[in-house]
Design a protein around this ligand. Structure first.
Ligand SMILES: O=P(O)(O)OC[C@H]1O[C@H](OP(=O)(O)OP(=O)(O)O)[C@H](O)[C@@H]1O
Ligand SMILES: Nc1nc2[nH]cnc2c(=O)[nH]1
Length: 184
């Protein structure tokens, strides 16, 4: 969905910046340290969840100072809306996960249906352990049953967010700072 340029600019200009770049980078540092301690000896395959996980993964993976394999999967359920629907699996993991430690990297755990389905799929494929790393865990009581992130950069209030991989109507994934849409 294409937006007129002035409208896209206005979205950003009017948004509330909840976490500026420096805070996001500090959160990524802290996640990286925790993940190095916990995962350095597990020889994991690390999945980026497209599209939203791309910016977080791009900054987080260089902080993981240990051997790992990189891969991607694509699952989406928001489709330019501000509330989620059915999960659409566009690309499932294609690697052999039997006996592997898997790490899933995404931008946000909101209601958790996306990550719950991804974790379940990886377990069904024979992964021996599945860890979830998200920059943002949104604070509310609407989480899917049984989903919890193992590594979290920051907890953020219950508003519709964009930036750092998250989009508003397809735009502004390409900031490091995290914003909330005005009025949402
Ligand atoms: O916890 P949930 O409520 O399930 O929402 C979290 C998911 O929503 C976003 O993806 P989205 O469906 O917007 O697709 P995108 O990554 O292509 O933007 C985000 O990247 C997470 O994967
Ligand atoms: N852009 C965006 N995507 C999401 N997916 C789940 N929650 C959110 C959110 O707050 N913003």
């Amino acid at each position: 969905m294409t937006m007129e340029l002035p409208e896209a600019r206005t979205i950003l200009d009017n948004a509330d910046c909840l976490h500026p770049e420096a805070e996001v980078l500090a959160a990524l540092d802290q996640m990286g340290e925790q993940m190095c301690k916990a995962l350095a000896h597990t020889n994991p395959v690390v999945y980026t969840v497209l599209n939203g996980g791309l910016i977080v993964a791009g900054h987080l993976l260089p902080r993981l100072k240990f051997p790992l394999e990189m891969a991607y999967l694509h699952a989406t359920r928001y489709r330019n809306e501000t509330s989620g629907g059915e999960l659409d699996w566009k690309v499932k993991p294609r690697e052999d996960l039997r006996g592997r430690t898997v790490v899933i990297v995404d931008d946000i755990l909101d209601e958790g249906h996306t990550l719950a389905a991804i974790v379940e799929y990886c377990k069904q494929q024979g992964a021996s352990a599945v860890h979830v790393a998200v920059l943002i865990d949104k604070k509310h009581d609407r989480k899917a049953v049984g989903i919890k992130a193992d590594f979290v950069g920051m907890e953020v209030e219950d508003r519709f967010l964009f930036g750092c991989g998250m989009d508003y109507q397809g735009y502004w994934r390409n900031t490091l700072a995290v914003y909330a849409v005005k009025g949402l």
